[in-house]
Design a protein around this ligand. Structure first.
Ligand code: ATP
Ligand code: MG
Length: 328
């Protein structure tokens, strides 16, 4: 087995009294995409900043290695191996897109000719050639974001950190950003990404971790995470109250009734066999539903399930959260 591109043991960070990261373990294989998910303030940017040497890890952190280099003893080598696109833009608006790129080329000690070649190539790849000679302050949010990432790639990093790469982008720009990230991975680049969009993690990531209250609340592939929440169900709607009541009786104990809108909900894994069983029972009772929808759990369910449990603990000191029994 090859060494992971990024490895951390018991990563910690506190600001004063506030613990932001409370012992995070990471092991990210080279050439894969890892997505760190978490609500605002969970510590995603803090993790990115530590792993990319922008801020030191906290007291009591274990060993951290990035690109095979020890972060504590060889930060310079780590910096040479990585590229970072921060949550907030590094683009200088006063100069043109091209000048921003050439500045990065200078920072990477590329020769003038090589710098021009790399800049032109990346501007082309990110569809910025036409705008290259205009001041970056005139760019749209999506163009600035693309320039930001193009700048990150100037030194040809093998590991890149993207802190919320698509926040604020429209759906089309988001999809082209995803294409671009997939292209990098196809070239063997390792991507560490943070996001608020569960769909984005689902689309891109080989492994996903949900950060909450300083710890990784769950980690796995998108499918593994979806399996940990029992969110799948079938929902049936009726217009005729008699049919509704008959269906509730026919479908048994696990059915949750919503008398107001004449809807029934019952747990289901969404398989054909499972759906057929439901329909057979309705058929046997001579009932037809007016609407049937199947809900398979998605990462939103995972996210809410994981972050809700902790939110419920939070309320222990204040107003108690209503329990499932009392809301029924
Ligand atoms: N320099 C700092 N000094 C004090 N507290 C800080 C500092 N930087 C971050 N924090 C705190 O650490 C916590 C985590 O912040 P961080 O920016 O890592 O969260 P995040 O997950 O990236 O959130 P967001 O989704 O809003 O970007 C927050 O409570 C934040 O206020
Ligand atoms: Mg952040």
């Amino acid at each position: 087995m090859t060494n992971p591109a990024i490895a951390a043991n018991g990563l910690r960070k506190a600001y004063g009294e506030k613990t932001v990261l409370d012992g995070i373990d990471l092991s990210i294989p080279a050439g894969t995409v890892f997505a760190l998910l978490g609500p605002n303030g969970a510590g995603k940017t803090t993790a990115v900043k530590i792993l990319s040497t922008l801020i030191p890890p906290g007291q009591g952190s274990g060993a951290i290695s990035v690109g095979g280099h020890d972060l504590a003893t060889d930060a310079q080598a780590v910096r040479a191996a990585i590229g970072v696109t921060g949550q907030f833009s590094a683009v200088d608006g006063l100069i043109t897109g091209e000048e921003n790129m050439l500045l990065m080329a200078d920072l990477h000690h590329l020769s003038k000719a090589e710098g021009r070649r790399v800049a032109a190539d990346l501007l082309e790849r990110f569809d910025l050639t036409e705008a290259a000679k205009k001041p970056a302050s005139t760019y749209s949010g999506g163009m600035k974001r693309r320039l930001d990432i193009a700048m990150t790639l100037v030194g040809g990093p093998r590991i890149i950190f993207l802190d919320e790469p698509t926040t604020g982008l429209d759906p089309r720009s988001r999809h082209s950003m995803w294409q671009m990230i997939r292209g990098l991975v196809a070239d063997g680049v390792t991507v560490f990404l943070t996001t608020q969009y569960l769909e984005e993690a689902d689309e891109l990531a080989d492994r996903i971790a949900v950060l909450h209250h300083g710890k990784i609340a769950a980690e796995g592939t998108a499918d593994e995470l979806k399996r940990i929440v029992p969110g799948g169900h079938v929902r049936l709607r009726f217009t005729d109250p008699t049919a509704y009541r008959a269906a509730a009786a026919a479908l048994g104990d696990e059915t949750v009734r919503d008398d107001e809108v004449l809807a029934l909900q019952l747990p289901s894994d969404g398989t054909q066999r499972d759906l057929r069983a439901v329909l057979d029972r309705l058929d046997a009772a001579g009932i037809e539903a007016d609407e049937l929808t199947v809900h398979t759990p998605d990462l939103d369910d995972v996210f809410f399930a994981l972050t809700e449990t902790e939110a419920a603990t939070d309320t222990a000191a204040g107003i108690p959260a209503p329990s499932k029994e009392t809301v029924r």
